[in-house]
Design a protein around this ligand. Structure first.
Ligand code: GLP
Length: 226
């Protein structure tokens, strides 16, 4: 899965060295980032002109915070590749006005012409980024209240479930759907139901946000799930 996903992403970056990427956190993409770092070391892909945007960030965590998502991408990818750190971005989790930070983040992505590639994981509940199941979804980057199921799933990265932030900033469904290309990775038993639903259920359901990917003309799901 990681080799395949990294191959697709590297090919895109080689084809367009200043491409605009959204990058996810989580356990699933870690291997992809390791393969990308290896390809970079071997001179097979150059990160120095690319623009990289975190898909999401917790509200209340800084860029330096160990559990923060910018820090995650720094640890798992940026410090291992020849990226220009001034071209790496995450929503400002420490902003006194998260709603304004969300608007500014969207403007930054728009200013570069929108996303070329949205690289995504998937939550057990079908969320993408932190676009959680809800009766309506958001078009642009916004500040979201996390669901109990996501807080529970992500508590493994914190000392206790109480420490998991209750809010996050995430790129919106429109930010994702306007990307020229979408690449998703998924593995593990806990994602099997979500991937099965994504494959088999043709309904568009805001309570299962990844179902909206069916509307996009260029989506690749790289998965080990049969
Ligand atoms: C978090 C992130 C998502 C990610 C998901 C899956 O909730 N906000 O962007 O896709 O986790 O993570 P994992 O790969 O660890 O299952």
């Amino acid at each position: 899965m990681s080799e395949t996903a990294a191959g697709i992403l590297a090919k895109e970056l080689n084809g367009n060295p200043s491409a605009v990427f959204a990058l996810p956190t989580g356990s699933t993409p870690v291997g992809t980032y390791q393969v990308l770092a290896k390809l970079n070391r071997e001179g097979q892909v150059d990160f120095s002109h690319g623009n990289f945007f975190n898909v999401d960030e917790y509200v209340g965590l800084s860029r330096e915070s160990k559990q923060g998502y910018y820090h995650f991408l720094y640890e798992n990818l940026y410090q291992h590749v020849n990226v220009d750190l001034t071209k790496t971005h995450a929503p400002d989790g420490m902003a006194s006005n998260p709603e304004l930070a969300a608007i500014q983040y969207e403007e930054m992505i728009d200013g570069l012409g929108g996303l070329d590639i949205a690289f995504l994981g998937i939550g057990r509940n079908g969320h993408i980024g932190f676009n959680e199941p809800a009766s309506s979804l958001h078009y642009s980057t916004y500040c979201v209240m996390l669901t109990e199921s996501t807080i529970e799933a992500n508590s493994r990265f914190f000392k206790s479930v109480e420490e998991v932030p209750k809010q996050a900033l995430t790129i919106g469904m429109g930010t994702i759907m306007r990307a020229k290309k979408i690449v998703m990775v998924a593995n593990g038993e806990d994602k099997a139901a979500a991937i099965k639903r994504l494959r088999e259920d043709t309904s568009l359901d805001t309570e299962f946000p990844s179902s909206l990917l069916r509307l996009h003309p260029d989506v690749t799901v790289v998965t080990t799930i049969k």
